[in-house]
Design a protein around this ligand. Structure first.
Ligand SMILES: NC(=O)c1ccc[n+]([C@@H]2O[C@H](COP(=O)([O-])OP(=O)(O)OC[C@H]3O[C@@H](n4cnc5c(N)ncnc54)[C@H](O)[C@@H]3O)[C@@H](O)[C@H]2O)c1
Length: 451
């Protein structure tokens, strides 16, 4: 069993507000490293299910940690933020910061939670914001909590910490246990000391722990996401040019990645970036620029290139099947990346909507994300399939949208026998073009060969 973490001689209690991708992983991993943890969420159904160990999300390794910690009574779930706050020495805020109509980040969930925390302070609390927020938000949380305490005539002490999260869905547990860096924005030595205790395991592993101010910490998160997104848009542009000049993007990106100043990650072309973070965070950064009187041109272009890239998939399909009406198109993969069931802002959504609009019948398969997709897009009239081959029966065109491992070992001879027309559009370049062509398929990758 993990050694329990003490604060002034007693086990340190932590609460996590928000049981989404970030909150649930944070709560589970902290409980597993020896803290007493309560995780609160206003979604009653989610909490009732979690109490029965029914997972609201798919994240490799998470379920077993939650089961283990719940059995040991190190991890509890509640719908009452008040209960969670009163129980804890440190409160993590892990609620959503969705996009507003103008593209800016909606921080209302954070401010609501901050006020609830203030109303329930029963002694010193460390209030840690993990949600992705524009620079200046932690200062706002501090003011909000201070104002609420003033109204309540309370004198409880508190500190605010900015602690942006960098986990990658699909590898979130691993990323929490062994992140590449821990960033904190703090204004007091007491807060920093508590954060060092919370992350004592990671610090022992030698993981860099960077302590800075609120705004710098908040900016690190947006800057990191904007940079990653710009790599994706950049390589997509180069891939599109490769197609026109007959160059091979696979070799171009591999050779580029060998330059240590560039690095190999995020250099695979595809249908554009999606997910719950990059699209909204880039727009929020542009809006932050407006507020600051500065236009981040590169960030704006990254968004523009990405929007264009999503449309390119439909153009490729149209070109391959000539007209969409009465054609059956198979979409393999609806999550925005493999190893997650998250379909938020997934490029597959726009493609499927475009196919339906053009009069095609759409069959989809995804190893994990279909339940979430069905729930989110229940009005779409599509055929949900239980396996990759089933989804390809009678297909006029197979489109690979997500690079799930099980799509890499597709058997072309089986496929050839069940499709109506042997056409593959591989938006992730995961199949072997030669094998596909040998089996009789018209194969179109991205950025490989003239189109
Ligand atoms: N998902 C990621 O990969 C990731 C990675 C890094 C950072 N982030 C950031 O972390 C934040 C959370 O992201 P997420 O993907 O976990 O979101 P999510 O939508 O999966 O989860 C947010 C949860 O907060 C709950 N919630 C909202 N208001 C609440 C309240 N007042 N009281 C209690 N619970 C409340 C919601 O019910 C929901 O379950 C966002 O700012 C996001 O940008 C996400």
């Amino acid at each position: 069993m993990a050694q329990q973490v003490l604060l002034r001689g007693i086990i340190m209690n932590i609460s996590v507000i928000g049981a989404g991708y970030v909150g649930l992983v944070t709560a589970a991993c902290l409980a597993d490293s020896g803290f007493n943890v309560i995780c609160a969420d206003c979604d009653r159904e989610k909490i009732e299910n979690l109490k029965k160990c029914i997972m609201p999300i798919y994240e490799p390794g998470l379920e077993s940690i939650i089961k283990r910690c719940a059995d040991k009574k190190l991890l509890k779930f509640t719908t009452e933020t008040s209960e969670a706050v009163q129980f804890s020495d440190a409160v993590f805020i892990c609620v959503g910061t969705p996009e507003m109509d103008d593209g800016s980040a909606d921080i209302s969930q954070i401010l609501n939670v901050s006020r609830e925390i203030a109303q329930n302070l029963n002694g010193y609390k460390l209030i840690i914001n993990k949600s992705t927020v524009p620079a200046g938000t932690c200062r706002r949380i501090k003011a909000e909590v201070g104002n609420m305490l003033g109204r309540l005539d309370e004198e409880s002490e508190f500190d605010i910490v900015s602690n942006p999260e960098f986990l990658r869905e699909g590898r979130a547990v691993e990323d929490f246990i062994r992140p590449e860096r821990i960033i904190i924005g703090v204004e007091s030595a007491r807060a920093e000391e508590m954060m060092r205790r919370i992350y004592h395991k990671q610090i022992q592993l030698g993981i860099p722990f960077i302590s800075t101010g609120f705004e710098t910490s908040e900016m690190i998160k947006y800057a990191s996401n904007a940079f990653l997104a710009s790599k994706i848009s950049f390589i997509n542009e180069i891939a599109n040019m490769c197609e026109r000049c007959g160059a091979d993007i696979k070799i171009v990106s591999k050779a580029m990645g060998m330059d240590s100043r560039i690095g190999p990650e995020f250099l695979n072309p595809g249908p554009g970036f999606g997910g719950s973070c990059l699209p909204k965070d880039l727009k929020a950064l542009v809006c932050m620029g407006k507020y600051l009187g500065y236009t981040p041109e590169m960030v704006k272009s990254t968004i523009k290139v990405n929007d264009r890239q999503k449309k390119l998939v439909l153009r490729k399909i149209r070109k391959a099947v000539r007209r969409l009406k009465n054609k059956t198109i198979t979409v393999l993969g609806v999550s925005f990346k493999p190893e997650t069931d998250d379909v938020r802002e997934s490029p597959a959504v726009e493609v499927i909507k475009g196919l339906l609009k053009g009069g095609a019948a759409v069959k989809v398969y995804d190893p994990r994300a279909l339940p979430k997709f069905k729930k989110e897009y229940h009005s779409l009239d599509i055929d949900y399939c239980t396996g990759k081959y089933m989804a390809c029966i009678n297909s006029d065109c197979i489109v690979i949208m997500t690079e799930w491992k099980e799509f890499t070992n597709i058997d072309f001879s089986i496929l050839k026998a069940i499709v109506k027309t042997p056409v593959i559009i591989d938006m992730r370049n995961i199949l072997d073009p030669e094998q596909a062509r040998k089996a009789g398929f018209r194969y179109h990758g991205i950025g490989t060969g003239r189109t």
